[in-house]
Write a protein that binds this ligand. Structure first.
Ligand SMILES: [Zn+2]
Length: 242
């Protein structure tokens, strides 16, 4: 009976552990994903998910412009189709763009055919709007499995996670968002923020805009340099080959 209980708890524990890893942003259990450079680096990367989002993507671009910083935007395909001018403006301003699927499903529950459809439609929408063939991808909700990541790689996309979660989708103030960032930033980090929402276009992201301004002011003041994800990935390759 005791052995049975322990065995049962063990299996339940394992299932929980596996479930945790499918959503944990830094876990490598289901295949290699990019999560930053690690402590010691003076580089930081701001990443924004769930746009384009009118007008908050424009406001975010104004803040980044003011600081002379380029960031990375993971775009939802159907929003790109609705507002191609925002996607074009991001590219024109020198920001990096990546795919965040067509309609933001949790890919853990999606069969391979659906994953491929999500990726293909988004690639086409981004290409039609910007002429860019994007090379990077972020899974909605951070959810992925080995099979998902294999499908993503077969599409010529590299999966990018993050290691600083700012919880801006539920924060009540910019203060809260900045506090989450400050607790986690060590250098070499990929910071997750949102310029949009997968729930609807036009979602209020003014707190994320203000928080970005303050994060930039503080960490640029401390001598950190903000780069895009492709730039950070290049640095990692240089470090590995040395
Ligand atoms: Zn998202």
């Amino acid at each position: 009976m005791i052995a049975g209980l322990i065995g049962g708890a063990g299996i339940a524990g394992l299932a929980c552990w596996a479930g945790y890893h499918t959503m944990s942003p830094t876990s490598q259990l289901y295949g290699q994903t990019f999560v930053g450079l690690g402590p010691g680096s003076r580089l930081l990367a701001l990443t924004y998910d769930d746009g384009p989002n009118d007008p908050y993507t424009w406001r975010m671009m104004e803040v980044l412009e003011r600081h002379g910083v380029k960031a990375t935007f993971f775009l939802i395909g159907q929003y790109v189709q609705q507002t191609p001018e925002i996607a074009r403006a991001l590219v024109a301003a020198g920001h990096a763009i990546g795919s965040h699927t067509w309609s933001h499903p949790n890919l853990i529950f999606a069969p391979a055919t659906e994953v491929r459809r999500q990726l293909a439609q988004t690639r086409q929408a981004i290409f039609d709007a910007t002429g860019v063939e994007t090379k990077i991808f972020r899974p909605p909700f951070g959810g992925r499995r080995t099979a998902t990541l294999r499908t993503v790689r077969a599409f010529g996309l590299q999966s990018v996670m993050w290691n600083v979660t700012c919880y801006d989708w539920k924060a009540k103030s910019a203060d809260e968002i900045v506090a989450h960032a400050e607790r986690q930033i060590r250098g070499g980090d990929v910071i997750l923020l949102h310029d949009g929402s997968h729930v609807r276009m036009g979602a209020n992201r003014s707190r994320s805009v203000e928080a970005s301004d303050r994060i930039l002011r503080r960490y640029r003041g401390e001598g950190f340099e903000f780069v895009t994800i492709p730039e950070m990935m290049e640095m990692q390759q240089v470090a590995v080959s040395n």
